[in-house]
Design a protein around this ligand. Structure first.
Ligand code: NAD
Ligand code: USQ
Length: 383
């Protein structure tokens, strides 16, 4: 298949492009390097050094003999989006290209507005390009488990049958997200479902949990193929941060009581889930939703697991929670769709944590300790 990967320079987009290319698909990537720009703005950098996109693409050709086409441009530029879709003529568009950090979206008005504009309008431009140029294109869109929040009922896979006053209907599962970033994903989901209803688009919404890990079968073939690993309190995600904190000899920063529970998955499962979704397209008019996670853990359990696994002393600190979120709650998620398509999950107990320690050890001199402690507070409109 011809697959266009939007956000193909990012943490997940780049390894996914490699995995799909290695599986025999024709790949093009699109990126405007916004993520590298946030690093400049925040004074941060990936813990693991990463190459520029053109070096990555050339290295992949050298290592695999396979070509990846790259387009540099912004999804907010509708003409650019249309021209790429017209030129590359994809069968599938995989859409990772959004601002993805909850704390970044909660810094202040400007960052909330940027995140909404970038994510919601960029996605609309992609939807219109599909509808106008080729409605057969399958849109595989990265959503998030955080769209659901932590309701006091079981979380279904996107849709729920509701009975009300003696009548019933199949509705989109109600959403109660926890940041302006997570809200953009809810808006995208609603827009895409509408596109499926009115234009007969075919779409898969992947409500992904928190990703951990940094290596895949393809990225390890050459150091130039490495993907980024974020540790700072704005872009670093919880398990990656705890592993890095353990290696640095710093206390693990559990926010609040640590009872907040999240769906998680290994980066190797992310790339495989994308392959499964791409190779098994949704039907015309179908808005298909998969909960892309393999296991649930509370933040406290994650911290304890890292402390038990690290071969040295680890302190766990319970900080005042900078976010607004339930710290003790019910959490039971249905996630069978991708397993039914053939996913064989890597579980957290299967050595991933140990394999990350040496990668962090080798690069720990690149950490700026000032960026570790959380400064963005949900309760302040201006941080
Ligand atoms: P990332 O920031 O590393 O990658 C996103 C890429 O998209 C970046 O390279 C960025 O430059 C690009 N981009 C952003 N806006 C763009 C625009 N307007 N035009 C062109 N390119 C643009 O993020 P990631 O961690 O790889 O996440 C990818 C997707 O997966 C996001 O949509 C995110 O919401 C979702 N997701 C991530 C996680 C996670 O734990 N990392 C979990 C669940 C869902
Ligand atoms: N947390 C800590 N200590 C830390 C960092 C985080 O206790 O040092 C807690 C947070 O308070 C939260 C949980 O860990 O309860 C997860 O936080 P996170 O920063 O790892 O993840 P989150 O903000 O939810 O966002 C990440 C990605 C986002 C994706 C989301 C999936 O950045 O793109 O959508 O995971 S999900 O969480 O399922 O919504």
């Amino acid at each position: 298949m011809r697959v266009l990967v939007l956000g193909g320079d990012g943490y997940l987009g780049w390894p996914t492009a490699l995995h799909l290319s290695d599986s025999g698909h024709e790949i093009a990537v699109v990126d405007n390097f916004a993520r590298r720009g946030y690093d400049t703005e925040l004074g941060s950098q990936s813990l693991v050094p990463i190459e520029d996109l053109d070096v990555r693409v050339a290295a992949w050709q050298e290592v695999s003999g396979r070509e990846i086409t790259s387009y540099v441009g912004d999804l907010l530029d509708a003409e650019f989006v249309y021209s790429v879709v017209r030129e590359f003529r994809p069968d599938t568009i995989v859409h990772f290209a959004e601002q993805r950090a909850a704390p970044y979206s909660m810094i202040d008005r400007e960052h909330a507005v940027y995140t909404h504009h970038n994510n919601v309008i960029g996605n609309l431009n992609v939807m219109y390009a599909i509808a106008e140029i080729d409605p057969e294109i399958h849109l595989v869109k990265l959503g998030t488990m955080g769209e659901y929040g932590t309701p006091n009922i079981d979380i279904e896979e996107g849709w729920i049958e509701i009975e009300h006053n003696g009548r019933s209907d199949r509705m989109l599962y109600p959403k109660k997200p926890g940041s302006f970033y997570h809200l953009t994903k809810v808006h995208d989901s609603h827009n895409i479902e509408f596109g499926c209803r009115i234009w007969g688009m075919r779409a898969t919404d992947l409500n992904q949990g928190v990703v951990y890990g940094q290596t895949t079968d393809q990225t390890t073939r050459d150091p130039r193929l490495a993907t980024r690993l974020d540790y700072d309190s704005v872009f670093g995600t919880v398990l990656n941060r705890f592993i890095i904190q353990a290696v640095l000899g710093q206390p693990l920063t559990v926010y609040g009581k640590g009872g907040q529970t999240r769906g998680m998955l290994d980066i190797r499962d992310t790339v495989e889930c994308l392959r499964l979704a791409v190779e098994n397209p949704a039907d015309r008019g179908e808005f298909r939703v998969f909960n892309q996670m393999t296991e649930s853990y509370s933040v406290k359990q994650v911290a304890e697991l890292v402390a038990e696994t690290f071969p040295g002393p680890v302190q766990i600190d319970y900080l005042e929670n900078p976010r607004w979120e339930l710290e003790e709650h019910y959490y039971n998620v249905k996630h069978t769709g991708l397993v039914d398509l053939g996913l064989k999950p890597h579980l957290l107990s299967d050595t991933l944590i140990e394999s990350l320690f040496p990668i962090v050890e080798e690069n720990k001199h690149r950490v700026d300790n000032d960026l570790m402690f959380p400064k963005v507070k949900w309760a302040s409109a201006k941080n």
